[in-house]
Write a protein that binds this ligand. Structure first.
Ligand SMILES: [Zn+2]
Length: 249
């Protein structure tokens, strides 16, 4: 394999590593954002439960007050009933007492309903609080991990940039420009490809026998006639029954 082609493969590996790393680092804030949104949604649902509990408690306290009022009113009405002068007065007072008793029964029924609802809400709130705490802890752990990964990733990127610079320094401007041109053309960034069984591993087209033999015999700077990628054969060792002994590289 030509040293220049080796350098091209190194450069390509380096650029692939940079792309992978940049994609990974760009994903970090997105993941944190998603987690933060989940925490916010959980906080909101906890707040909704707490507000409902507060409203229920306040409604129940008001009902308790109403019941007390009705009860004292009944005491008063019963006293008046004892002192009633005629049937009309008696009937009117009795009617008022019945109404107050019915109001008490209705209020107490609602109080019971509210008590049961509050019990369920308290249990739900406890679960929601536990979940929120776990989510907050997880978010914090992920945030710390992301910060560490980001820092390490930046260091890796700096080291890759250094490697790239060193590799580029070994290439002629012509080869560099071929590389940059192919990199623009092939969006996946695969510029230098292996030839396996006379097939270009970039476009998977068979290469001409003459070209294949030339490449095996004399490692050189050859491009695939179909896709233009630089072709190479990784170090071949041993005896190949189809082609005889491997060329010295
Ligand atoms: Zn090709």
């Amino acid at each position: 394999m030509l040293p220049e082609v080796q350098a091209l493969v190194r450069l390509q590996d380096c650029d692939h590593a940079v792309t992978r790393l940049e994609t990974e680092l760009a994903e970090l804030p997105k993941r944190l954002d998603a987690l933060q949104k989940e925490v916010a949604a959980q906080t909101k649902s906890l707040a909704t439960l707490e507000a409902k509990l507060k409203a229920d408690e306040s409604e129940r306290r008001k009902l308790e007050g109403d019941v007390e009022l009705h009860k004292s009113k009944i005491v008063k009405l019963k006293k008046q009933l004892n002192e009633a002068q005629n049937l009309t007065q008696t009937q009117a007072l009795e009617h008022e007492i019945t109404w107050a008793e019915q109001a008490i029964a209705k209020a107490e029924e609602r109080e019971l309903e509210l008590l049961m609802e509050e019990e369920q809400l308290r249990a739900d709130i406890a679960v929601a609080k536990g979940k929120l705490l776990a989510m907050q802890k997880n978010f914090e752990a992920e945030r710390q991990q992301a910060l560490a990964r980001h820092k390490a990733g930046l260091a890796e990127l700096a080291s890759l940039a250094e490697q790239r610079k060193t590799t580029l320094a070994t290439l002629t401007p012509q080869v560099t420009s071929v590389y940059e041109r192919l990199r623009k053309k092939h969006k996946n960034g695969v510029v230098a490809v292996e030839v396996v069984n006379a097939q270009c591993q970039g476009c998977y087209m068979e290469i001409r026998l003459q070209l294949w033999q030339e490449l095996r015999a004399h490692p050189s700077f050859l491009a695939c006639e179909n896709c233009g990628r630089i072709l190479y054969i990784p170090s071949v060792t041993g005896f190949d029954p189809q082609f005889g002994p491997a060329p010295v590289q």
